[in-house]
Design a protein around this ligand. Sequence first.
Ligand SMILES: CC(C)(COP(=O)(O)OP(=O)(O)OC[C@H]1O[C@@H](n2cnc3c(N)ncnc32)[C@H](O)[C@@H]1OP(=O)(O)O)[C@@H](O)C(=O)NCCC(=O)NCCS
Length: 185
Amino acid sequence: MLHSERLFLRPYEIADAKNVLVFRNDPEVRRFLVPGIPYPLSVIEEERWIEGQSKEAECKSFAIILKETGEYIGGCGFNRINWQSRVATIGIFLGQPFWNKGLGTEAVRILIEFAFGELNVNKIKLQVFSFNKRAIRSYEKNGFKIEGVLREEVYRNGQYYDEIVMGLLASEWKDRRSAGETRSV
Ligand SMILES: CC(C)(COP(=O)(O)OP(=O)(O)OC[C@H]1O[C@@H](n2cnc3c(N)ncnc32)[C@H](O)[C@@H]1OP(=O)(O)O)[C@@H](O)C(=O)NCCC(=O)NCCS
């Protein structure tokens, strides 16, 4: 089981679908997520998505569980892994009640440790909307650097916004580890 001080990451189960909907259908969460996810999301759509996950090899999505209460608090995972270049693309969301407590940074740290330590990935990347300052700060706390800006890539609330590409190299994580910067984030 993947875990950290406060969190477990475990595979999704069908029983999670109802909890996922509560967060995914929250407009405040949805505004930060990529277009293409059905909205509003139905239980059937979510259950189908969870079923599909069990057929994936290592491009896994994980339910994020709070150790203390056993609660489902969000999801994260590898959206894509390019095995030739060893680049993994990650994604994450938490329900609103769990924002700003360091939990997102902690969950991403579990993915980082797994990707670099077990999957032999060389680089982790992600894309984030320019107005998502909380997420950008959270990724920076784990050492992600801004690599580029996709101009006016996303349309939200009647306006175009830039999308920011961020990346973290295995060598950078190793250096942060040696400097003791990966323990508490
Ligand atoms: C993005 C997300 C995973 C981050 O997880 P989190 O647990 O909330 O983040 P953390 O508490 O670890 O860190 C947030 C940091 O952003 C800071 N922050 C919060 N709001 C901010 C704002 N408006 N501007 C700048 N910084 C902000 C916090 O102070 C904290 O930094 P600090 O520890 O230096 O004080 C979570 O907020 C989330 O799921 N949001 C909705 C969905 C989403 O945006 N997903 C990512 C899509 S790319």
